[in-house]
Design a protein around this ligand. Structure first.
Ligand SMILES: Nc1nc2c(ncn2[C@@H]2O[C@H](COP(=O)(O)OP(=O)(O)OP(=O)(O)O)[C@@H](O)[C@H]2O)c(=O)[nH]1
Length: 428
């Protein structure tokens, strides 16, 4: 199979051309209006959606479009079925494609934020300029920090209601900066906006000449995310073994969870510990000279090794731990029961699912101050650190090194419900 131009684009386009971002804000800070404004001003709304908005506006004699209505459909779905906690929507501009994870803002919905932000490249924390930083905004920033969302935007909304006053904006951003210093967030931008009026959302605002940074969408289009996933060590958790009937094809397929792989690369197979070479890197559109996280590929190997689902192909000189004892940070999501020592669960880690028992609850994290408090159990939406003992090893990295091979889900054995999100801090 040869490298085509299409394949080249596959290598160089996807990682940097798609930005996943999550929006977080308290009720009424203007999340829906902001998403509506982004879609409206970037011309991503369908003609009928636009017509519906204009009609509804005219009927009510509104001065400006009620853009929150755009996401109301999703919200109705969400209210009917508790299963849809996080609504995802897709839009694109000439420069980049976007997936928004819209997470409801109520205080008890920590778990939605965790779900929405765990794969995000960037999180927007929305605050109402009139209220400044609230406990909610701190909580959202702390969660973004814990989840290692690499980039944060503080969007100070409703600037129109404070007379577009620079003093208000400066005060909020200064307070936020003091707070985020402790969170080890690498990249924080602050943008004064009015989602309702459209100031600094897609177009730069004439109302705030004192602000000389980019509008929110410009920032989202420009922010560099390329290195996040593909800079680390190579990891390919095997999801399927592909055998082509009649042909002599055997490939190991999955999503690259870290680093890069190329034809000819030496790789290590776990659990066997055997080394071999990659003879080809294939995708649905043909072979690639090189692929990188988060692309999905199928690789063929030079030697016949017994490789199955749940195994890992990785960089030979930087293999992860094969661990049966883990310290993990957990966000507990079950309303039914608390997380206690002795609890028996399943840990879903990349493509492997293993039995786990909770050995101990180390502490709980106060998500507004980051303080560690002693705790014996974790309740719904609590975040804390616990020990897990596994029946079989998982091949894992610390979450701070790799969000995919360092993350996982806890699953109730009997109901198969997801009851916790896990970030691995230590593996033995
Ligand atoms: N004046 C002004 N009002 C705004 C702005 N953004 C949002 N609003 C208003 O604030 C109210 C709440 O906005 P929403 O977008 O529904 O808020 P939300 O954060 O999505 O709320 P939930 O989804 O319920 O959490 C609505 O009445 C909006 O019209 C703004 O920039 N300026």
């Amino acid at each position: 199979m040869s490298l085509s131009t299409d394949a080249e684009q596959q290598v160089f386009a996807p990682a940097d051309s798609l930005l996943r971002f999550a929006t977080a804000g308290a009720v009424d800070d203007g999340k829906s209006t902001l998403i509506g404004r982004l879609l409206h001003d970037s011309r991503s709304l369908l003609a009928d959606q636009l017509e519906m908005l204009e009609l509804a506006g005219k009927e009510r004699g509104d001065e400006v479009l009620d853009l929150a209505m755009v996401t109301d459909g999703l919200r109705a779905e969400r209210e009917q079925g508790i299963t849809i906690d996080v609504a995802h929507r897709y839009f694109e501009t000439a420069r980049r494609a976007f997936i928004i994870a819209d997470t409801p803002g109520h205080a008890q919905y920590t778990r939605n934020m965790v779900t929405g932000a765990s794969t995000a490249d960037l999180a927007i924390v929305l605050v109402d300029a009139r209220n400044g930083l609230t406990e909610q905004s701190r909580r959202h920033a702390v969660l973004a920090g814990l989840l290692r969302v690499p980039r944060l935007v503080l969007a100070v909304n409703k600037m129109d209601l404070v007379g577009y006053d620079q003093g208000v904006f400066d005060e909020i951003t200064a307070e936020f900066a003091r707070f985020t210093d402790e969170l080890e967030l690498r990249d924080v931008a602050a943008i004064p906006i009015s989602a309702l009026r459209g100031d600094n959302v897609v177009h730069r605002s004439a109302e705030m000449p004192w602000y000389d940074g980019p509008a929110l969408l410009e920032h989202l289009e420009q922010v560099h995310i390329d290195d996040d996933r593909s800079a680390g060590d190579f990891r390919l958790p095997v999801q399927y073994v592909i055998r082509a009937q009649g042909q002599d094809y055997r490939g190991y397929a999955g999503q690259i969870s870290g680093g890069r792989v190329h034809e000819g690369a030496e790789v290590l197979h776990l659990p066997s510990g055997l080394r071999t070479r990659v003879t080809s890197v294939d995708t649905a559109d043909g072979a690639l000279a090189e692929a990188r996280a988060p692309q999905s590929v199928s690789v063929r190997l030079a030697d016949e090794i017994d490789v199955g689902r749940g195994d890992l192909l990785c960089a030979p000189d930087a293999a992860p731990a094969a661990a049966t004892e883990l310290s993990v940070r957990v966000c507990w999501m079950s309303a039914k029961s608390a997380l206690r020592p002795g609890a028996r669960l399943l840990l879903k880690h990349t493509t492997r699912t293993v039995k786990a028992v909770v050995t101990e609850v180390h502490h709980q994290v106060d998500v507004t101050t980051l303080r560690r408090d002693p705790a014996r159990e974790l309740g719904l939406n609590d975040i804390g650190e616990v020990g897990l003992r596994l029946a079989q090893p998982v091949f894992c990295d610390p979450y701070e090194r790799n969000r995919l091979t360092g993350g996982g889900l806890l699953i109730d054995e009997s109901t198969h419900a997801t009851v916790g999100a896990v970030m691995i801090t230590e593996a033995r």
